[in-house]
Ligand binder design. Structure first.
Ligand code: ADP
Ligand code: MG
Length: 622
């Protein structure tokens, strides 16, 4: 008996589908690319439930007659090549004739299409590669594909799909990769009946700005170089626009998105001295090369492309980027958060400094932990917690510090900055008050009993905020919020907007009053009352950066990540000059924490030196 037999067409298609269609985003990519190949001037994409329920792509392209409409679902049915030689002069995105056959074998597909000049169009219905309906219909010129119930007959695939937000992010990735090479085509994208994009026909720079937000107008420097091996066009972001997480980095060759670590290196190395460590540049680089100089046998899902003259192109690209930077002379624009350049010491020169008065003005305290009437405000943390994981002597210090700080608090009406300007008052020392000063804009120096404490202001502040935020996230009620005088609209990249939408409920709990606004924006009506005065846009951007960094580098739960990121964003930085009030607040709040000795990231929040430690440092007495 023969053991070998040919697979049925349906099985062969399903196998092919496994390679071509990995997730809903693959369908979006294939349908959008077909629309572009059909010469569309506008493409509308409608997605429901991240593509599980529906992916619909409508174009006003050339459409198909009744025979083609049926044929396009056959494997290796394509209008784009007819001989192997055609591969070397390929101008279209598709050519394998596999996509539609694959999609039809694993979904319910409806096609409505009409070529120009025909009175009637064709409507076809496929279910798992079987044609259920085929009839003339009236429809607009062009083509609409509706793909429903993806993977309905491949439960294993369906199960492996990730959450809606992950799958939708993949869809956004594919959407970007198409819209960024076809600015001459208008696009819309809807998800669950919400319009996320409405991109009119535009020039390239305007398209990038329309996609990523107005702030990109100032961020992009044009790159343009021509040589025999390639033509390079596009934009690189200014060094100041570089981010800690990989943001928008796009390479295209002959209108096709691709990844190329070697070329990526060419760009980053060109910017090397201009970018601070761990920062990634933004770039949109478009190569135009002779199709015979690249390997066109590109797998539909693989995005690596092989160039025949990679080394030459590497140098050429690097030079083009350097030239772009050079001609805009932007090195002077670099402004990253460097520590404050001056070394601020609060100890006055001449005379013995008197320890400062610890006064406490709740209206000026950036943390707002205690109101004048003593009631807890904002992110309360249980004061009864005993610090865990620290040695016995330190435990005692915490306990007594905590007591000391909850008792000796006095309230002053003088704003902290005025206090700084009043050395007379500052020098009047009250009884039993703890001496305290800021050292190098970095540490709060104070003593307790016979110990000297050096508190790292940033690490301490992160710990305090982290515990408050975690506490707040457990609560039902949102944290106290301060209404903004003018609601602010803040625009994000589509991915960031999606991430924010995902964590909206938690963010609101922390005291942000905001809601989605249009495609990629949020409208912010209020911020946590601890946070008034900080620019909202910057704050949210930093929060997202930190959140994404943590997502990549650590496997944190969402709330944990949010709390850490927000604590980091809101924390008092090293380099910030602190008033006495602020120092007192940090001292007070730190020792109310359940784990005061380390920052959420594990750095020590303070160093404690006992008298005997210091004596030992001084050497043995003779
Ligand atoms: P490929 O794109 O590799 O040719 P596909 O399976 O994606 O393979 O499509 C098969 C054929 O169907 C295409 O070659 C094209 O002729 C036709 N086709 C697909 N989508 C459209 C569309 N939106 N408008 C017009 N023709 C289309
Ligand atoms: Mg195709």
């Amino acid at each position: 008996m023969n053991r070998i037999h040919l697979l049925s067409e349906a099985v062969a298609n399903q196998i092919a589908a496994g390679e071509v269609i990995q997730r809903p985003a693959s369908v979006v990519k294939e349908l959008m690319e077909n629309a572009i190949d059909a010469g569309a001037t506008r493409v509308d994409v409608i997605v429901k439930d991240a593509g599980r329920t529906l992916i619909q792509v409508t174009d006003d392209g050339c459409g198909m007659g009744p025979e083609d409409a049926l044929l396009c679902f056959e494997r290796h049915a394509t209008s784009k090549i007819s001989s192997a030689e055609d591969l070397f002069s390929l101008q279209t995105k598709g050519f394998r004739g596999e996509a539609l056959a694959s999609i039809a074998s694993i979904a319910h597909v409806e096609l409505k299409t009409r070529p120009e000049g025909e009175a009637l169009g064709t409507r076809l219905l496929f279910e798992g590669a079987v044609c259920r309906e085929n009839a003339p219909c009236s429809c607009e010129k062009g083509t609409t594909f509706l793909v429903r119930n993806l993977f309905f007959n491949v439960p294993a695939r369906r199960q492996f799909l990730k959450s809606d937000s992950v799958e939708f992010n993949h869809i956004l990735d594919e959407f970007m990769r198409v819209v960024l090479v076809t600015p001459e085509v208008a696009f819309t994208l809807y998800h669950n009946d919400k319009q996320l994009y409405n991109l009119p026909k535009a020039v390239l720079k305007q398209r990038i700005v329309n996609v990523f937000g107005n702030s990109y107008k100032e961020k992009l420097l044009p790159v343009r170089q021509e040589s025999q091996v390639a033509r390079i066009e596009g934009f690189i972001g200014t060094p100041a626009a570089a981010r800690k997480t990989k943001g928008e980095q796009y390479l295209f060759v002959n209108q096709r998105y691709f990844k190329h670590p070697y070329f990526h290196h060419a760009i980053t190395s060109a910017l090397e001295e201009l970018l601070p460590a761990d920062h990634h540049p933004i770039y949109f680089i478009y190569f135009d090369v002779d199709p015979s100089k690249i390997d066109v046998n590109i797998h539909p899902t693989k995005i690596e492309v092989k160039f025949s003259e990679e080394k030459v192109i590497y140098s050429f690209l690097r030079a083009a980027v350097r030239h772009a930077i050079g001609s805009f002379n932007i090195s002077s624009h670099i402004e990253f958060d460097e520590p404050s350049p001056f070394d601020f010491s609060t100890v006055p020169t001449g005379g013995v400094p008197k320890p400062p008065v610890i006064s406490y003005n709740p209206d000026y305290n950036p943390f707002h932990s205690q109101k004048r009437d003593g009631s807890k405000k904002g992110y309360a943390i249980p004061a009864s917690h005993t610090p865990s994981g620290v040695s016995e002597p330190l435990q005692q210090i915490y306990a007594s510090l905590r007591d000391a700080h909850s008792e000796t608090e006095s309230v002053s009406d003088t704003p902290a900055q005025m206090e700084m300007a009043l050395p007379e008052e500052e020098s009047s020392q009250g009884k039993g008050e703890v001496p305290m000063f800021q050292w190098c804009c970095s540490h709060i120096v104070t003593c307790h009993e016979s110990s000297l404490l050096l508190i790292d202001q940033q690490a301490a502040s992160e710990r305090i905020l982290y515990e408050r935020i975690m506490g707040q996230l457990e609560k039902k009620e949102p944290a106290p919020m301060q209404q903004l005088l003018f609601p602010e609209s803040v625009t994000f990249s589509p991915q960031d907007a999606e991430t924010l939408r995902d964590m909206l409920a938690d963010i609101r709990k922390i005291g942000f009053d905001m809601e989605p606004f249009g495609r990629n924006a949020m409208i912010v009506h209020g911020v946590p009352s601890d946070m008034t005065g900080q620019p909202v846009q910057k704050l949210l951007e930093q929060l997202l950066e930190s959140f994404k960094c943590n997502l990549i580098s650590m496997r944190l739960g969402r709330r944990e990540n949010l709390a850490r990121s927000l604590a980091r964003t809101m924390a008092v930085r090293t380099g910030t000059v602190l008033s006495k009030t602020e120092m007192a607040a940090i001292m007070h709040d730190l020792f109310q924490c359940s784990l005061p000795s380390v920052s959420p990231e594990g750095r020590n929040t303070f160093v404690c030196l006992s008298l005997s430690d210091v004596r030992k440092m001084g050497g043995e007495r003779r």
